[in-house]
Design a protein around this ligand. Structure first.
Ligand code: SAH
Length: 264
């Protein structure tokens, strides 16, 4: 994956990409990340990158021409580019999109806006893919670009030590991940489920699968598509529904007991 990030705040990008898994992936040659300071492409003495909006109103708007110049420079090699503009108005970013980026043979370019955003003519000329990381507004496109680069990087074979850990992640199969535990066996009175200490691989597999289904059922039921589930999964799901009905009944009974105890 080859990434070019256009920004007015290169340190924001460097801060994250020089650490941990992304740092290692670059050292291994799996990912290339180049950061371009848009300000370096401005001729005028004061290197002003933004200006007041036509029509008046609050905030500053990033100028188009400096961004075009960075793109001109990148296009000099004649290579195909896939240009992305992080924007709250974009297509929602998903795990599927992360996978798509991780397999992209073209050079990926992120144009990070700041302030009120970027002169609309950047959209008109470049027609970039607008991608949103959620329905909220951030101060700039740097964090969204990093979110996309980070999630795509961990999907590149070899970037994360054990490929199984990526294969089992949340969303990979429209299911959330199962719970994880590590040493010691007891923390502040909380133990580890016995099955994980049993050494019985099949029992552990079944527990993890059921737990992933339970997590999804309780936390993100919208992700569950019973038609896509195996028969084993469907049986687990029936158990989980029964379990939660029982829990609800017990809770209701307890509440009633409390009510009648406080009434007397
Ligand atoms: N006025 C704009 C928001 C500008 S926020 C609007 O309401 O649409 C400044 C920059 O932050 C944007 O140009 C974009 O690059 C980035 N940004 C903010 N929120 C984002 C989000 N949810 N997803 C992706 N990028 C976002």
């Amino acid at each position: 994956m080859r990434c070019e990030v256009l920004t007015l705040f290169p340190d924001l990008i460097q801060g994250v990409t020089t650490q941990s898994i992304i740092k290692r992936a670059q050292a291994q040659g799996l990912v290339q990340i180049r950061v371009h300071n848009i300000r370096d492409y401005i001729d005028d003495r004061h290197r002003i990158a933004d200006d007041a909006p036509y029509g008046g109103g609050a905030g500053m708007v990033m100028k188009a021409e400096p961004i075009f110049r960075v793109l001109d420079a990148l296009r000099e090699s004649g290579e195909d580019l896939r240009v992305i503009m992080p924007s709250p108005q974009g297509t929602p970013f998903t795990q599927a999109l992360a996978r798509d980026l991780s397999q992209e043979p073209r050079r990926l370019v992120w144009i990070c806006g700041h302030y009120e955003g970027i002169d609309e003519r950047v959209l008109s000329w470049l027609q970039p893919e607008e991608i949103s990381i959620g329905d909220y507004v951030l101060t700039g496109g740097e964090l969204p670009a990093l979110v996309m680069i980070d999630s795509a990087t961990r999907l590149i074979p070899g970037a994360v030590g054990d490929p199984d850990s990526v294969a089992q992640d949340s969303f990979v199969e429209s299911l959330l991940d199962f719970p994880h535990y590590t040493r010691p066996e007891e923390v502040r009175g909380f133990g580890v489920p016995d099955v994980l200490l049993s050494g019985n691989h099949e029992a552990i597999r079944l527990w993890r699968r059921k737990s992933a289904l339970r997590n999804t059922y309780h936390k993100r039921p919208d992700l569950l598509n019973p038609a896509q589930l195996s028969q084993e999964d469907q049986r687990f799901l029936e158990d989980i529904v029964q379990e939660s009905r029982k829990e609800l009944l017990v809770r209701k009974r307890e509440e009633k007991c409390h009510e009648s105890a406080s009434a007397t």
